[in-house]
Design a protein around this ligand. Structure first.
Ligand SMILES: NC(=O)c1ccc[n+]([C@@H]2O[C@H](COP(=O)([O-])OP(=O)(O)OC[C@H]3O[C@@H](n4cnc5c(N)ncnc54)[C@H](OP(=O)(O)O)[C@@H]3O)[C@@H](O)[C@H]2O)c1
Length: 282
């Protein structure tokens, strides 16, 4: 399979490049310097020049709070950029997998979200990512994921390891989700690419936890004292974060379950593997 990956230097992009290369694919890894989602010509040149079988659009402007102050940049990269990708992919005859987010939901549903639930983003980032979803052809695929952690780039696991020597930490206990590890997400996306599955898929690791609970687990598994973290409420954050976050980010991987596709492992197993990779186990 000849597979072009955008955002190839990001958390997910790096592990997609690694996994697809190891699987024997012909990988065209495009960083933002090689394929800029903000410019139609750049996207068209990269995709029609490479003539891939599949394009995975893992590139995005992911600075959630910054999107609030520059929504036009969010629309340009996360929504219009997807139009340029799908247009070029049509010309090249390539299948597209668009990576999207739990932030398309408002988080008020008491149960996990299934793929068919109505969307209602509450942040500029979420609105721009939903705009991107609307640019995807029905025969192509959208993979919504959440709480992404990997060996490359910044994420909660690395943040907590960097703070573990502090006497006290405070994390919110009223936002829940499923931490999702790029080492598991990348093979799942490749599987969808190989079999050209169409439509929307929720793909996260199994299990759910609050940020507070996740931080306790990271500290404990890495041999630090989980007792240093105390739970707070989102309303107690001082200063409040510019972009609202969904209180419920848990995505039911309903299509994977119903289609008989293998679910990703429990997030605790994958956290253990990432901590080992980072050399941070006790
Ligand atoms: N992180 C999460 O918790 C999370 C949760 C749900 C969904 N997602 C989605 O998962 C996907 C991957 O996220 P991630 O965590 O891997 O994010 P990431 O580490 O921030 O990687 C995103 C990549 O996109 C690239 N990018 C930014 N602007 C671009 C542009 N104009 N043209 C081309 N590439 C551009 C960045 O490159 P530069 O560094 O060169 O700017 C970066 O390498 C995204 O679609 C994101 O929306 C992430």
């Amino acid at each position: 399979m000849r597979i072009l990956i955008t955002g190839a230097a990001g958390q997910l992009g790096s592990d997609l490049v690694r996994h697809c290369t190891e699987a024997g694919d012909d990988v065209i890894a495009c960083t933002s310097a090689q394929l800029d989602l903000g410019h139609r010509d750049s996207v068209a040149r990269a995709i029609t020049g490479a003539r891939p079988d599949v394009v995975v659009n893992a590139g995005a402007w992911t600075a959630v709070d910054a999107c609030e102050t520059d929504p036009d940049k969010a629309w340009r990269i996360n929504a219009l950029g997807v139009r340029w990708v799908t247009d070029a992919a049509r010309t090249a005859g390539a299948h597209v997998i668009q990576v999207s987010t739990d932030y398309v939901f408002d988080g008020t549903k008491p149960e996990p979200y299934v793929e068919w639930d109505p969307t209602n983003p509450t942040s500029a980032y979420g609105r721009s990512k939903l705009g991107g979803e609307k640019e995807v052809d029905p025969a192509h695929a959208i993979v919504r994921t959440a709480w992404v952690c990997g060996a490359h780039g910044s994420n909660m696991v690395k943040t907590v390891l960097g703070l573990a020597d502090r006497p006290e930490l405070a994390f919110v206990d009223d936002q829940r989700g499923s931490p999702t590890f790029t080492a598991d997400l990348a093979p799942a996306i490749r599987r969808l690419a190989v079999d050209r599955f169409p439509g929307t898929f929720h793909v996260t690791n199994q299990g759910e936890v609050s940020w507070f609970g996740f931080v306790q687990e990271i500290l404990g598994q890495a041999g630090h004292d989980p007792g240093i973290v105390r739970p707070i409420r989102t309303a107690d954050l001082d200063p409040p974060r510019p972009a609202p976050r969904p209180a419920n980010s848990v995505l039911d991987n309903a299509v994977f379950r119903l289609a008989g596709l293998p679910l990703l492992p429990h997030y605790r197993e994958s956290l253990d593997r990432l901590l080992q990779e980072l050399g941070a186990t006790s």
